[in-house]
Design a protein around this ligand. Structure first.
Ligand SMILES: *Cc1c(COP(=O)(O)O)cnc(C)c1O
Length: 397
């Protein structure tokens, strides 16, 4: 029997949701309470990097749940130690702090930079961030974000986040003064519509930060963990940041995030940072299973190949339907529409019969694609074919 929606008003309203209840997931497919199947190109907002119900992830969580769920963050546990070591080796950033959400990891990055400013830079505390950037929904990370209108929501903002223009090094240099301690950015702006930082911009920021004694913080919550075809998107530019945050894909679907930093940046004292669930073995065991798969020989090569395949297919659709084009890196891509029909396409894709399609329009004039990193070419073809029909539908134009 289909689950009832009678209790839907017991949930605090935060956003409109379709009248669907999802009950199961397998790979790139979700199933609702009526048994209808949906091809999932959202994957929990780039979270389920191995798709739904990956056997190795299910096994890791099941085994760990039976063994030990939470001894307390004040004690070591084996999965957290192993994952910290694996992430440090893979990133070249020596120290790892685990948290539960991307916003919390970014809060940790902001605190670490401010602490470093107190210890090493006479109290410098300002962190230059970027117009249209997105860093989360806590007060500080909303203030660090550059979404239009967000400076007014929940005013007053947390001070200390002057905004520069993305891919404009001069706009960063112009904001630096004695109070500046760090620059923080996404290597690809995700929520803004999959806008990549250029290689020159990232290399320029690295050089500028080093020259002016600033920390370079990369928010890889969306772009990290293989999404771009490298384990971390900043690696495309051949740079090493001072601080990096990870979230979304790192847990394969469970709440896990991480703050990584170069050893020289680590200056927290006892009591500065912590959290009840941080580094619990249940979530870090999931993270360990994810990292093992992403770093297995050939896995990231296949992400690159699948990304190229999806990109070429989207480009063909753009040409057929007279759209501006597609962009992206690896399996984080966007199709730019000529008008604001994104939300109508998303709704029609979901409603299509007999099988639905889950798409995302972070801006009304574009669609974003964040499939599982192990999506198949057949699934990509299916999605492209259905999208082709939707783009041809005059009632959606
Ligand atoms: C999603 C996201 C966040 C916030 O992560 P949460 O887990 O929702 O707190 C922060 N930064 C970027 C770049 C993101 O995409």
């Amino acid at each position: 029997m289909a689950p009832s929606l009678a209790a839907q008003n017991s949930l605090m309203w935060i956003t409109p949701r379709p009248d669907l209840v999802f009950v199961a997931g397998q790979g790139s497919w979700l199933t609702d309470g009526d048994g209808k199947r949906y091809l999932d190109f959202i994957q929990g907002w780039a979270v389920n990097c191995l798709g739904h119900g990956h056997p190795a992830l299910v096994q890791a969580i099941t085994d760990q749940a039976a063994r030990l769920i939470n001894p307390s963050p004040a004690f070591y546990n084996a999965p957290a130690l192993a994952l910290a070591q694996g992430l440090a080796q893979a990133s070249g950033l020596e120290r790892v702090f685990f948290a539960n959400t991307g916003a919390e990891a970014n809060e940790g990055a902001i605190k670490l930079a401010r602490k470093w400013g107190q210890v090493h830079r006479q109290g410098a505390h300002q962190i230059i961030t970027f117009t249209d950037g997105f860093h989360g929904r806590t007060l500080a990370t909303m203030s660090a974000s550059g979404k239009a209108g967000w400076d007014q929501r929940f005013a007053p903002q947390v001070p200390g986040f002057p905004k520069a223009r993305y891919n404009d090094l001069d706009s960063v240099a112009a904001l630096i003064d004695d109070r500046t301690v760090a620059v923080m950015l996404e290597p690809i702006q995700g929520e803004a519509g999959v806008i990549p930082a250029t290689r020159e911009f990232l290399q320029g920021l690295r050089q500028l930060s080093t020259e002016r004694g600033l920390l370079l913080i990369v928010d890889e919550v969306q772009t990290g963990m293989g999404r771009s075809g490298k384990l971390f998107a900043h690696q495309h530019a051949g740079i090493r940041p001072d601080i990096m945050t990870l979230g979304k894909g790192i847990g394969g679907g469970v709440p896990l995030s991480a703050l990584l930093a170069r050893e020289e940046c680590c200056c927290f004292e006892a009591g500065d940072q912590g959290g009840t669930y941080n580094g619990n073995p249940l979530m870090t065991a999931a993270g360990g299973a994810v990292l093992d798969i992403l770093t297995a020989p050939g896995f990231l090569d296949s992400v690159v190949a699948l990304g190229d395949y999806l990109g070429a297919g989207l480009q063909k659709l753009a040409e057929r339907h007279g759209l501006p084009g597609e962009r992206g890196t690896g399996l984080l891509r966007a199709l730019v529409l000529a008008d604001d029909r994104g939300p109508r396409l998303v709704a029609a894709a979901r409603a299509r019969q007999p099988e639905g399609l889950l798409l995302n329009a972070p801006r009304p004039h574009l669609l974003r694609f964040m499939p599982a990193l192990n999506v198949s070419r057949e699934e990509i073809d299916l999605m492209l074919g259905w999208l082709d029909e939707l783009l041809a539908d005059p009632t959606l134009a």
